[in-house]
Design a binder for this molecule. Structure first.
Ligand SMILES: Nc1nc2c(ncn2[C@@H]2O[C@H](COP(=O)(O)OP(=O)(O)OP(=O)(O)O)[C@@H](O)[C@H]2O)c(=O)[nH]1
Ligand SMILES: [Mg+2]
Length: 298
């Protein structure tokens, strides 16, 4: 066991770069929710990949934002930045379609970070032919002192084995942190709430997705399945009818989508009840954020 390696790998980048998709692909299981919208991930989420000779503990983080406004956004930024302090390796995720101002901001946050930084050029599937990537990769060499620059497609599963090898090569020697079969440190109720929020984020438009939060209030065995009750918080009265939809159609579709995902997670039949509740301005309310499991310190 002496040449076993183990460590923490912070996954950072601007919103929507594909961090959560990457963590899920590297772990081989849906650990973190993914939508087409920026700012989908709101919490640190651990995804664990165990190999014969290593254990990589990936920490998916909320996208770093240049101008966090509400308390929730500041808390999300701090969660991402705090992860850097404990990391053995940092994966800085950008998109293969080009370097953006948001990436420059993240690079600034990495200044002073002692861990080796691997630049992951994600969404390489969007650049065809592949030779078109070369000028970008060459330019990126000059952007910072990266331990490696690795083009991948988290979505198409391209070049992920190479990335795992690169990460492993930078890990310190040490024993595993988690039991071998464990893939996340998050509990069942958190994951259920996130799967409901994923459907909400995907189904709703403009600012409404950012006004919703999910609180799982009951998970109980029932006959052949599991009864789940969840409260969907909205930030103002006007958002309630939008989430519910005409004749309840929007909420019904969200519930069906979430139920299928939760059934996959639990491997059992699920009966899901959702209620929409107005919790005014929760995203700026310290008590509300604590109730949702955020680590509020300022
Ligand atoms: N074409 C393509 N799309 C991708 C790839 N990886 C992620 N995406 C898409 O990019 C969008 C954002 O993906 P996420 O994984 O949620 O991105 P994120 O960086 O975690 O976003 P936040 O949590 O909001 O910061 C989704 O629509 C994904 O399907 C990829 O390799 N190729
Ligand atoms: Mg994410």
């Amino acid at each position: 066991m002496s040449d076993f390696r183990a460590g923490f790998v912070a996954v950072v980048g601007r919103p929507n770069a594909g961090k959560s998709t990457l963590v899920n692909a590297l772990v081989g299981e849906k650990i973190s929710i993914v939508t087409a919208r920026p700012q989908t991930t709101r919490h640190r989420v651990v995804g664990i990949r165990s190999r014969a000779d290593s254990q990589m503990v990936f920490i998916d983080t909320p996208g770093l934002q240049a101008r966090p406004g509400k308390l929730i956004n500041r808390t999300m930024n701090r969660a991402a930045a705090g992860t850097l302090a404990d990391a053995d390796v940092v994966l800085f995720v950008i998109e293969a379609t080009g370097w953006r101002p948001g990436d420059e901001h993240v690079l600034g946050r990495l200044a002073g970070c002692k861990a080796p930084v691997v630049l992951v050029v994600n969404k390489a599937d969007l650049v065809r032919p592949k030779s078109k990537l070369l000028p970008l990769l060459a330019r990126l060499e000059g952007r910072g002192a990266f331990a490696a620059i690795v083009p991948v497609s988290a979505l198409a599963g391209e070049n992920l084995a190479t990335l795992l090898d690169v990460v492993q090569s930078h890990l310190p020697a040490g024993e595993r942190f988690y039991p071998e079969g464990m893939t996340t440190d998050r509990g069942r109720d958190f994951r259920i709430g996130e799967l409901i929020r994923e459907q909400l984020m995907a189904a709703l438009k403009s600012e409404v997705p950012y006004g919703v939060a999910v609180e799982v209030t009951a998970v109980e065995d029932a006959g052949g399945g599991v009864n789940i009750d969840a409260l969907i918080w909205v930030a103002k009265e006007s958002q309630r009818p939008i989430v519910i939809g005409r004749g309840g159609a929007t909420l019904k579709a969200i519930g069906t989508g979430a139920r299928l995902e939760i059934e996959q997670l639990l491997g059992r039949r699920v009966f899901l009840q959702t209620h929409v509740k107005v919790r005014r301005n929760w995203a700026d309310d310290e008590r509300a954020l604590r109730q949702l499991g955020y680590d509020i310190r300022d």
